[in-house]
Each structure stands twice: as C-alpha cells, then as structure tokens.
Ligand binder design. Sequence first.
Ligand code: S3P
Length: 175
Amino acid sequence: MEKIKFNKNIVLVGFMGTGKTQVGKALAKDFSLEFIDTDDVIEERLGIKIHEIFKRYGEEYFRDKERAVVKELSELKGSIIATGGGIVINPQNMLDLKRNGVVICLAATPEAILSRLSGEDDRPLLSAPDKLNRIKKLLESRRGFYGQADVTIDTTNMGILEVVKEVKGVLSALI
Ligand code: S3P
C-alpha cells in the first residue's frame, strides 16, 4: 500500500461506463484516501436512486443537486472523487473541481461504452431505442467539456488495473 500525502483531490470525470467509480475505488484503496462518488452522495441525501430522481423530478433538479455537491466537495483536500458523467456540462463545476484537484478524464469509444453498459438499465439518459446513437450524440455534445480536464486517458482497450496504473503514472508526473 502506497501511503501518499496529497494536498489536492484526485477527480475522475468522463462519460458513463468509462470506469470512474471502479478506478476511483482502487486508487483510494491503494493510496489510503477517502473515496467519494457524487452520485452516491446525491442518492444518500435524497434517499432514492438516480434513475428515480430523474423520473420524479427531472434532469434539471438532478443537476442542481449535483452542483450543490460539487461546491461542497471542492473544499476538500486529499480525496478521490468520482463524478457523474454529466457533471462537466456546468462549466462552474469543472472550475470548482480544478481549484483543489487534479481532474482526470477517462474516455472510451462509443462502442466500448455500449458494450460495458450492456445489461445495465439504470442510466436514464441512455434509455433510447438506438443506444449507440444516443451515446455518440451525447459524447459529441460533451466533447468540449471533457476536454477541459487536466489529462485524458483513453481506456478503450484497458482493464481497470491498467487504467489505475496509468492514472498513477499521470499523478506522479503532476503532483
Ligand atoms: C449521467 C451519468 C450518471 C448519473 C446520471 C447522469 C450523465 O453517472 O450521474 O445518470 O449525465 O452522464 P455515471 O457516469 O456514473 O454513470
């Protein structure tokens, strides 16, 4: 176990299915740091699952809750934060996350994302007849936002452990 003292957060952004949560948990374990997932925080606070929040209250309400969570988490130091895939669409979120954190974007091709998410039906924004097309369109509309991250890692052909290794390499160069 590598006990490393970070004075910044390590923030993982990226599209659904790029491995943010799994990679974040592995990093937190290896570095003995606290792991926080913004979707988990929102679900805990509201006492219902994300897809239910979308269904009952709509996306805008969810984005407001997401924004409030980012404001709070951006004050932390030395935490690993995995974010929901759409957190980047509010530019203020990215600015806040960058203030105290290194923001790493995990990317993957639409085809890899589709394959990783097959069998999962808890992503409200992907409930479309042609999922691949939906993924492509959403990715395209978010490209510029994800591009604001400090570093991007293409995880298309990588397993979780390889991504973790890659992130560690990036961090040792940056921190
Ligand atoms: C979303 C991604 C989801 C979740 C919500 C909206 C998005 O998180 O926040 O369904 O807009 O891309 P994951 O990226 O963890 O799946």
